[in-house]
Design a protein around this ligand. Structure first.
Ligand SMILES: [Mg+2]
Length: 226
């Protein structure tokens, strides 16, 4: 089966945002009375939904996070993205080379992607094919967002490949019946992370985005031979 569509996750795949995001969460949570380090945010909350994380924190605090927390977090996050965020190394080159259609499927909001993709020169390359979990009923690990993105792009799931760096994303892609490549080149990925992605069911693993066009070609050749 040829591959007609590459669906990219956003955070950790297109933009190197996870370290910045953990730092912003740690700063703002600490400011609002829940002292936590960036490393602790990483260990406890990375890849989990904001809702789940907030519930856990509120249970520990014994009170709701104040209304101002949410606005302060967004301000801090967007300010840090604009100041420090970088595209994943090699992504612009890879996008220059691949011949397939491309789109984005992210758990983050459209507003967040406008800032993160916008500040790295990726927004204008990928818009309007940018889809958010806010457009579907169930976010990752459900297949909904990947199936929605494929449908919008007019490509059947069996001709899509998803590029993901999270366990929830890999589970969602597999549930959607799509091939999935696990990417572990983000600066948040620690030793052993590739193995975690492999166990989650990624079809192959890579850490250098420059290799993507070649990996897609190989996957197509293998499918043809098989
Ligand atoms: Mg991600």
């Amino acid at each position: 089966m040829p591959i007609d569509l590459i669906i990219f996750d956003c955070d950790g795949v297109l933009v190197d945002s996870e370290v910045i995001s953990c730092r912003a969460h740690a700063d703002v949570l600490t400011r609002h009375g829940y002292p936590i380090t960036s490393d602790q945010v990483f260990e406890r909350f990375l890849g989990r939904s904001t809702r789940q994380a907030n519930l856990e924190i509120e249970t520990e605090l014994g009170r709701k996070l104040p209304e101002a927390y949410h606005g302060d977090l967004q301000d801090e996050l967007f300010r840090s993205f604009e100041a420090d965020l970088e595209a994943i190394r090699g992504i612009h080159d890879a996008l220059d080379i691949v011949t397939q259609h491309v789109c984005v499927a992210s758990s983050g909001s459209h507003q967040r992607m406008r800032v993160s993709l916008g500040s790295t020169g990726l927004y204008e390359r990928l818009a309007p094919n940018i889809f958010s979990a806010s457009q579907v009923k169930n976010g990752k690990p459900a297949p909904d967002l990947f199936l929605f993105a494929a449908k919008q792009m007019g490509v059947p799931p069996g001709r899509c490949v998803v590029i993901e760096d999270s366990l929830a994303g890999i589970a969602g892609a597999r549930a959607a019946g799509m091939a999935v490549f696990g990417f572990y080149g983000g600066s948040h990925c620690r030793d052993g992370y590739a193995e975690t992605l492999r166990q989650a069911g990624a079809d192959l693993l890579f850490a250098d985005m420059h290799r993507l066009p070649e990996l897609i070609r190989r996957a197509e050749a293998k499918a043809l031979a098989g």
